[in-house]
Design a protein around this ligand. Structure first.
Ligand SMILES: Nc1nc2c(ncn2[C@@H]2O[C@H](COP(=O)(O)OP(=O)(O)OP(=O)(O)O)[C@@H](O)[C@H]2O)c(=O)[nH]1
Ligand SMILES: [Mg+2]
Length: 457
């Protein structure tokens, strides 16, 4: 193995050098930024990249693999370098792939006003998994969206806001139980989930109601089951429950409606525990109303913790414009959000939580209006276009990767010609800038959003 270190102005230039000197079958071992420090100001500036590449001796010795100094056109080069009748080795196209991918992603990254070379971490990831990270057939818009999702996802994960996905078992029925306080929307959400599973994913669904204590509890679900022609089991006791489960065995998903547990009913929770025990592994999702106060959310979470909920469904998002308590609660408990229920209509008013929808709801300033139940999707869509403005300007040095509030002391040290402006917090994040730790722009964005009256999310 021949290993060599390359220094260049940017990643594109480094890849060209590697290809010229080691050939297209070289592999990248590491890549990092070269930075120059200004000790007086305590800041550093990126001056280029350092890439370590290697080539297997076997290929290095193959004269046919030595490219000419000028030829670096992707497809033509690899064809020219192939010895006649020889099959390409497994890693033959490594550098060519990377150069081609860089060419494809340059357009996606062109929104960043500074040097188009990617940061070491992103270039590393792209090099290790080029085909999964940046499929060659993906459109520039897709790649841009992926990049946005990743930077937004990383940022949200730091705050504690995460989105969860329901994974279905291929071999056995996946049992999903919704738990939560009285009237929070468990039964309605079960109906929405059932319809969405059946209609949009073509998954067979069975319903199981354990809500046999409340008058009318089972009849409500019966109506939904009848209208969707779904099997519904309403077992009267534990023995009956096992037979009910056996009858639903052919269903890919079994949705379980549980009775609400009043805060003053210490036995309520153990009744649910006993009831769901015979069902085997159960995914518990806790339904919480967006209208709840933080203290109540915490009390509820404490009470239901014994059921080890896998994640949260936030219901009644259409009934409030303030998410302060919910955001605080989620940041503290780090429970993933699976769905938003934003109205009583079945099955329309249920939205799967995704990174960009969480951001649209919790991090953006809302400029949409409440009320029609379509607000969340609109805001999320607008986030995808990265055009939602939070009414605040953020500034950055185009040669760094940090953005600031305009009043930040570090702004004064930036040369005017290098200043770039973003009209929203999200726009700065989406262009892969990170919030300054000194002026803390995310704090501004969140508090502005939370203090805004009538914010619809
Ligand atoms: N506005 C609005 N209403 C909702 C939403 N989800 C449910 N509802 C309404 O809230 C009321 C209670 O919903 P249910 O689904 O019966 O709530 P539950 O948690 O099953 O109630 P219990 O079984 O009594 O504990 C119904 O009138 C629903 O139509 C929502 O997201 N937004
Ligand atoms: Mg109910």
């Amino acid at each position: 193995m021949q290993i060599k270190r390359f220094e260049a102005k940017n990643m594109t230039e480094a890849l060209r050098q590697i290809k010229r000197e080691l050939g297209p079958e070289a592999v990248i071992l590491s890549a990092k930024d070269r930075r120059r420090e200004n000790r007086l100001l305590g800041i550093s500036r990126k001056i280029g990249v350092e890439v370590t590449a290697a080539i297997d001796e076997e290929y290095a010795d193959m004269p046919a693999h030595r490219p000419s100094q000028t030829a670096d056109q992707t497809g033509a080069l690899s064809a020219a370098m192939m010895a006649p009748g020889k099959q390409p080795p497994g890693i033959f196209h490594k550098i060519n792939d990377i150069v081609r991918l860089k060419g494809q992603t340059r357009h996606a990254e062109s929104s960043r006003p500074s040097d188009p070379s990617p940061s070491p971490s992103s270039s590393d990831a792209r090099m290790r998994r080029p085909h999964t990270e940046d499929p060659p057939h993906a459109s520039a818009a897709d790649r841009r969206k992926d990049a946005n999702d990743h930077s937004m996802g990383r940022y949200l994960a730091k705050t504690g806001l995460t989105a969860g996905t329901l994974a279905l078992d291929d071999k056995v029925s996946t049992v999903i139980a919704l738990v939560g306080n009285p009237g929070v929307g468990k039964t309605t959400t079960i109906a929405k989930l059932a319809a969405q599973f059946q209609l949009t994913r073509n998954v067979s669904v069975g319903l199981l109601s354990l809500d046999r204590f409340r008058i009318g509890g089972q009849e409500q679900l019966q109506c939904y089951a009848d209208s969707m022609q779904l099997p519904l089991e309403t077992p009267a006791d534990e023995k009956d429950l096992l037979q009910s489960v056996a009858r639903l065995k052919g269903c890919r998903v079994i949705l379980v409606d549980t009775p609400a547990v009043n805060p003053g009913d210490p036995k309520g929770l153990s009744r649910i525990q006993t009831a769901i025990k015979p069902l085997g592994p159960v995914k518990c999702l806790m339904v919480l109303s967006a209208e709840s106060r933080e203290k109540d959310l915490q009390d509820t979470a404490r009470r239901y913790a014994a059921l080890t909920p896998e994640g949260i469904i936030i219901s009644k998002t259409d009934l409030t414009g303030s998410y302060r308590d919910m955001v605080n609660f989620l940041c503290r408990h780090r429970w993933p959000v699976y769905f938003f229920s934003n109205g009583h209509r079945v099955p329309k008013d249920l939205t799967r939580a995704t990174v960009e929808r969480l951001a649209a709801r919790f991090l953006m300033d809302g400029t949409a209006k409440t009320g029609d139940g379509n607000g969340p999707a609109n805001v999320a869509d607008r986030h995808l276009n990265a055009t939602v403005s939070d009414g605040q300007v953020y500034l950055a040095n185009k040669n760094s990767d940090i953005f600031h509030r305009p009043e930040c002391k570090w702004i004064r040290l930036i040369n005017q010609t290098n200043i770039v402006e973003f009209t929203s917090f999200a726009e700065a994040l989406n262009n892969r800038f990170k919030p300054c730790r000194y002026c803390n722009p995310q704090h501004l964005s969140i508090t502005r959003m939370l203090s805004e009256e009538g914010v619809a999310l």
